[in-house]
Every structure is written in C-alpha cells, then in structure tokens.
Design a protein around this ligand. Structure first.
Ligand code: CMP
Length: 257
C-alpha cells in the first residue's frame, strides 16, 4: 500500500493544504484542499473517499472532485451516517452544489454514499481494508486504520483525548506509522479543548497510552502555531520522557508497506 500526503495542515496559508491522503491511486482519506494538487487523470482514478468528518477543511474539494471526475462508476463517499446526512442536507442540496446522487440521471449517478460504523472493516481490492476507528471531536468523527497483509497505518483524524483509540492501536503488531493530530499549541489549550483538538501537553497524555514502537507523525498543526507546537514536541522528546520518533508530517510525505 502507498499513502501520499496531499495535505496535512490545520488551515490554509503558506505552503499548507488541508487534510487529504491518497491511498494508492483510487482511495482518498478526506478531501481537503490538498486534493486540488492532483491532475485531472489522477482525480478520475479516485473511486472512494473515506471522510473522517464533515468540517470544511476535510471536505473542501469533495464537491469539485465529484464534478471533475470522469468515469462510468460513481464516486463512493464513505462516512458515518450523520456525516452523510450533513453532506446531503448542507452541500449536495442544489444550493451549495448540485445533488450528484441523481446526476446525470438517478440510474447512473456520479456520487454514491456508503454509511460506515466504527470497527466495521471495509474490504477493498488487492487485499486492502479500511477500518473506522473511534474519534472524539466537536462533530461525529472517525479515524482510520489502513491495512494489508504486510502491515497497517493508523490515522487519528481530528480528535480530542480518545481512550477508545489506544486498545485498538496497541493490538496492531505490524503498525508502520501512526498519524496523530496536534492542532494547537499548549498556549491555546482552552481553544483546543473547546474545539476538541489536541495540543502537545494532551498529545503526551495520549502517547502515554501507546505501548507500540511505530513512528509517530503529527498532523493538522494550525499554520500560525507550527513553530510553537514543534518546539513543545521537542521538549516531549527529552530522554526522561521516553518518547521517540515523533515528528511533524509534511505535505509531501509518502508511506509504503
Ligand atoms: N469555540 C470554537 N469551537 C470550535 N472551533 C473554533 C472555536 N473557535 C475557533 N474555532 C476554530 O474553528 C476551526 C474549525 O476547524 P478546526 O476544528 O480545525 O479548528 C477550529 C478552530 O480553529
């Protein structure tokens, strides 16, 4: 499996694009502004989008992807039932964007919705599977475990303290990487808590629950707080803390296993 980071910033500005991970050529995890980096033929090869949640920084490019994509089969958007209802009601409602579940005609739509549930794995071609993981955010949300027989990669999605996440991660014997959000700096902890995100201090509490050794990559850093978050994470890496191999994800990173 290959995962190419198209966007991993907590906002726009500077070189950052918002969350989008391309799994092989046919699956997107979230559809933030990073999707706009892809050429038309790459967009047309995407068959599935797995959404963590419906916040704009994770769906910004979804409407235009549906319209741009060429192909006979619909783009299948997977999400929690509550997330799909939000998309129907507030995005694909003919006012913000056309309802592509009925276009060009209801028998041959460009868009289909597929509800998912935490812990229910979705099998994909090539012995790949994607399993929704619990997340704790200000709207219904999930993370994802991407898996093939050779290993797995876990992505927290946007989340606050998430005790149900760790037993599932600690069971992974072939985890290649752990992508965790750390949106805010410690000086913004009240906002992190209000908006259900982590800051380095809360990240340290989360990582204390991790018993494995996979490298940890931080995502969703707010652009104006990147330096402060990075400095705090360096402090977390002091020898007495015992944490190692924690670094910020970059918008060009690729994983392969
Ligand atoms: N009280 C608040 N609750 C939630 N989000 C807020 C609040 N105040 C400001 N925000 C910002 O709104 C953003 C929505 O997307 P994020 O969850 O990435 O991050 C959130 C914060 O940057």
């Amino acid at each position: 499996m290959k995962v190419r980071v198209l966007g991993c910033s907590g906002g726009i500005g500077g070189a950052g694009d918002t969350t989008a991970l391309l799994l092989d050529e046919d699956v997107l995890i979230d559809a933030g502004t990073g999707v706009a980096r892809l050429e038309l033929d790459s967009l047309s090869r995407i068959d599935h989008v797995f959404l963590t949640h419906t916040h704009m920084d994770h769906i910004a490019c979804l409407p235009m992807l549906v319209d741009a994509r060429q192909g006979e089969t619909p783009l299948v958007v997977h999400g929690l039932p509550q997330s799909l209802e939000v998309l129907r009601r507030h995005i694909f409602n003919w006012q913000i964007w056309p309802d592509f579940t009925t276009l060009p005609d209801p028998q041959h739509p460009k868009l289909a919705f597929a509800p998912l549930a935490v812990d229910e794995a979705i099998a994909l071609s090539g012995e790949r599977s994607i399993t929704p993981l619990p997340a704790v955010h200000s709207v219904p949300a999930v993370g994802y475990l991407l898996e093939n027989p050779a290993g797995s990669l876990a992505f927290s999605g946007d989340t606050y303290l998430n005790p149900d996440f760790w037993p599932r991660i600690n069971r992974q014997t072939k985890l290649q990487a752990l992508i965790l959000e750390t949106a805010f700096a410690d000086t913004h902890q009240p906002l992190a808590q209000a908006s259900r995100h982590l800051c380095p201090r809360l990240l340290a509490a989360e990582l204390a629950c991790y018993t494995g050794k996979a490298p940890v990559f931080l995502t969703h850093l707010k652009p104006d707080q990147k330096a402060e978050i990075a400095a705090a994470v360096q402090d977390l890496l002091s020898p007495d803390h015992g944490l190692q191999r924690v670094r910020a994800l970059t918008g060009t990173h690729r994983f392969q296993w």
